[in-house]
Design a protein around this ligand. Sequence first.
Ligand SMILES: CC/C=C\C/C=C\C/C=C\C/C=C\C/C=C\C/C=C\CCC(=O)O
Ligand SMILES: N[C@@H](Cc1ccccc1)C(=O)O
Ligand SMILES: [Zn+2]
Ligand SMILES: [Zn+2]
Length: 474
Amino acid sequence: MAISMGKGSVGVLTGVFIASLAVVVAVLLLRTYNLPELKVAWKGKGAPRIELEEDEREQLYEALKAFPRLFNSSLVEYELVGEYSHLFNVQGSDNSLLPYMLIAHLDVVPATPEGWDLPPFSGEEKEGYIYGRGSLDDKNRVIGILQGLEFLFKRGYKPRRSFYIGLGHDEEIGGRHGAKEIVKTLETRNVKLEFLLDEGFEVLDGVIYGTKRPIALIGVTEKGTITLNLTVHSPPGHSSMPPRESRIGILSAALSRLEQDQMPNRFGKGPEGAMFEQLADEFYFPLNIVMANLWLFGPLVSRILQRTPSGNALVRTTTALTIFNAGIKSNVIPQTARATVNFRIHPAETVNEVLKAMNTTIMDDRVIPSSDVPFFDPPSISPHDEETFGYQTVKRSITDVFLVEPVAPGVSIGNTASIYKFRALVIKDEDLSRFHGINERISKEGIETVVQFYFQLIQNSDTDIVPVQSHLEL
Ligand SMILES: CC/C=C\C/C=C\C/C=C\C/C=C\C/C=C\C/C=C\CCC(=O)O
Ligand SMILES: N[C@@H](Cc1ccccc1)C(=O)O
Ligand SMILES: [Zn+2]
Ligand SMILES: [Zn+2]
C-alpha cells in the first residue's frame, strides 16, 4: 500500500542549475509586511485548531479511494498536511530531472441557493452543465489532476520526471494552514521545483472585446492584494438620544469616499500593456492597429477598458467593499460599525501606496483599519521565454488540447501566489459573473477537457527538449 500516513520520505533532489521555485512560492505565501506610519494592526489570530477524530480520518481515506490506481501505485507517496490538505509525490524514473508541482484548492467560497437554477451544492446537471459552487473555482482542477493521473496509470504510464500534487483546503481564506504547511514541508525536504502550475487564467472566448477567436492566457504574474477591516467604535446608548454622528454614519461616509475615489487608471504602466500588444493581430480591424500602437492609443484603450468590471480590473487597483456590519437592535445605538474592503493592486503600485491613498481618502481617525488575512505587493513576473521549460510545457499542453488558440502570457486579476496560472476551460464573457457568483457551472465537455489537459501536461513534462511551437505561431 503506497499510502503512508506520516511523513513520506522524499529523496533529496540536487538540481543545481535552476533557482528554487519552491522558495519563491514560500516567499510569496509567507512574507508579511511592516506597515510603517500607517495604523494597521496585524492581528493574525486563527480559529482554534481541532484534531480529526479517528473515524473522520477513516472516512476521509475511504473517500480518497475514488482514485484506486493513484492510491495503490508504488510510485505515489501520499500524506495529509495541515490536517485537511493533501500532498502527493509521484516518483519519476529519472532523478536527474527537477520535479514540478501542480496545485489546486478544495475549498470554495460560500453560496446560498438564492438565484441559482439548481442548488449550489447539488452537483445537479441541466442541459449539459453541472452546477455547483467550486465547479469552476477550483474543483475541476482537483478532479482534472487526479483523474488525469489515474487514467495515465490505467494506460500503464510511468512518469519520467517526478512531480508533486498539492491540494489545499483553505485557499479562499489565504492558505495559512494548507498551502503554507505544504510549502514548509517541501522546504524542510529541500525540494527544488522546475515549475509550478495553479489556477488563474483560462481560454477566453469573446471575453476580450474585439478579438477574432478564443485566446488562451497563461498567468505569469498577478495583482497584489490587501484586505482591511475598517472599524468605528464608541460607547452604545439609547436611540432616543442619538449622537450627532453615528458609527454607521461615520463608516458609511468613509466607505462612500473610498468607492467614489478609486485608485487611478494605470494602464500600460504594468505588464498588461505588453499583453495587448502581443495579441494585437488577434483583434479585428481597426483595433489591431490600435493595440499595436499603444504608445499612441494607450489612453484611449485605457478609457474603454475601464468601462467593464473585468477590463477595469486590468487597468487599476480595484477597491471592493465586501462586508458591512453594524447594529443589533432598532432602538440601540450600535457600539461598533465594521466593514471590509478588498483591494487588488495593479502591478505598478504597492501595498504601502494603496494604504497611504486610502488614509488620504478616508481622512478620519475614528475609522481604524486592521488586517487579518495575508497581503502582498504585485509579485514579479515568472519567466516565459522560448527557453523556459515550465511555461513552454504548459503552452504546448494548451495547444495540444485546444488545437488552435493563440497562447499568451497575462496578468491574473485573482490571487494565487503561484508561478504559472491556467485553468483548461473555455470561458465566455457571461461566465465571468459565475466565479464567486451564482450559477457557477461547468459543461460536461469542459470537465473532460480539464482531465485531458493534465493528461497532456504530465506527458509533456516528461519530454527532453523545450517544446517548439509548430502549428500555432501566427
Ligand atoms: C477587456 C477585458 C480584458 C481582459 C479580461 C481580463 C480579465 C478577465 C478574464 C478572466 C478572468 C476569469 C476569471 C476571474 C475569476 C477568478 C480569478 C482567478 C483566480 C482567483 C483565485 C480564487 O478566487 O480562488
Ligand atoms: N484566491 C482567492 C483568495 C485569496 C485572496 C487573496 C490572497 C490569497 C488568496 C482570491 O483571489 O480571491
Ligand atoms: Zn480558486
Ligand atoms: Zn475563488
